[in-house]
Ligand binder design. Sequence first.
Ligand code: G6P
Length: 589
Amino acid sequence: MCGIIGYAGSIRAAPILTQGLTNMEYRGYDSAGVGIHDGRQISIKKDTGKIDEIKERLGIDSLNGNIGIAHTRWATHGKVSQVNAHPHTSCESKVTVVHNGIIDNYQKLRINLETAGHLFISDTDSEVIAHLIEDNFKSSGDYRSSIIAACEVLEGSFAFVVIFKDNADTIFGVRKDAPLILGIGKNENFIASDILAFIKKTDEVIFLENFELVEVSKDSYQIMSLSGEQKIRESVKVAWEASDISRKDFSHFTLKEIHEQQNTIRQSLNQNTNILNDFCDILGNSNKIYIVASGTSLHAGFIAKQLLARVVKIPSEVVIASEFISYADLIDSDSVILAISQSGETADVLDAIRTAKGRRGKIISIVNTPGSSLTRESDQVLFLNCGPEIGVAATKSFTSQLAIIYQLVLILSGRTQDIAELTNISNLVPELLSKEEEVSKICDTFASNTDFYFVGRGLNFTIALEGALKLKELAYVHAEGLAAGELKHGTLALIEEGTPVIVLNPDDETYYETLNNASEMKARGAKIIGISNKPNPIYDYHLQIPTVDRIFYPILEVIILQFLAYYGAISRHHNPDYPRNLAKSVTVK
Ligand code: G6P
């Protein structure tokens, strides 16, 4: 979703800002723009489309000026258009702003400002910020207090960066419920929503807290609360493989990330024993465990719930993060909230844990992004250690989430002798990667089909959900994941001659029942793509997976399904890295 970056330095800002935007492309966007201060005035260049094209078309990189702000927009209020792209400026062009988040009360503020004579040119909620600050600046003549006064009336979530026409040296940033990070360089400083925006320039950062304002020039910065009190904050080094954001020889980040899984699964298992034990103590001593997540991470949550029930024999609930409020009244000081998130910035997840915290629930999280809001607001964190995930659709982060969940479950159930088999799972990844060509041919065969069904039982049912989600995200086809036993209760009516059905059927206790369901569908014309370690003539196509302990099949099956989604997109000529309408980091509710 929207990405913002501000730069104050001693060299031209424009190329640094456009590179920063490119590094944040993965978040998902539909338009982009920059505002550069050349010492006299602020030039704004913005448009819809891809950053590279906009940059060329508008000649952005040749703009002069050593401070500036930039933005990638993922439309929420107002259609995708040049005028709605950021930066936004005020009536007298004295204030220029880029914003991430949603201003809930923008309609009311806009009416008030219009009544006071302000002229709006966009349909966005963000434009009110520029007008509000300009209004305040006129009366106070003070940069900081004009921003603080604006924050006092803004409702909703925001992180924004502002520059003033009358101040050619300084950028200001402020946040509430949306991420904002200060990057400290030599003779240059940054403010951005994402470390990746500036990681090639500096790895020294300060993660701003809610309601903090930062004032940044090329060689200094000051952080203060919105009540004006100065804050002394230590910077930290991001010791992450964060700079590894190249595609290498792969045609897409998504493909590269699928291929990385042998290493990433292994890295995820490399955890600090004390933290692992702490997690296990917290989970093992609670009978009120709520697992909270969204999207693919939610599917990892379902696996966790099933394994906690079947292997550890403890109950837990999985709650879709955006639905958490319905369960809020159940939370008390005995409750444990296990939040799972790749980005650590998903607004619904953050909202859920903040609600739970307000009710004295304990928050433990499994997160990929160091320094993200979720990590800072949790009582204990396990990191995925799988490096930045750039492809919008989660791939390697999911198998890393599973690896950590397995590790916890094995410790909790006293099955520590099985950790060796878990560790060995990563060595089986090449066997799955060797199926790439086979999967791509199957995808070509079904390139004109528009409905796909994924079925499985038990843990494999959850992987059916994940396979269907992946295919929808990347190939833009209708796909449904189902518990195989539920087919007869409705969906079987949709099966007709040639309907592709992906059957997740490892040789476990569900094998024969699932096979029967496959036969029922085949009898009605379905083409069965069986993913199993055990071949069967019922399968029209069989993708062989290695034999492992029954609880570990999900982590293997899903790699095949990731290929299926990837090549589903390729066979339909879609770019799998940037699926339409979707964002990697969903920072609005
Ligand atoms: C978006 C992404 C998904 C991801 C979901 C949850 O929808 O496109 O890939 O699974 O957000 O994100 P999180 O960062 O919380 O895991």
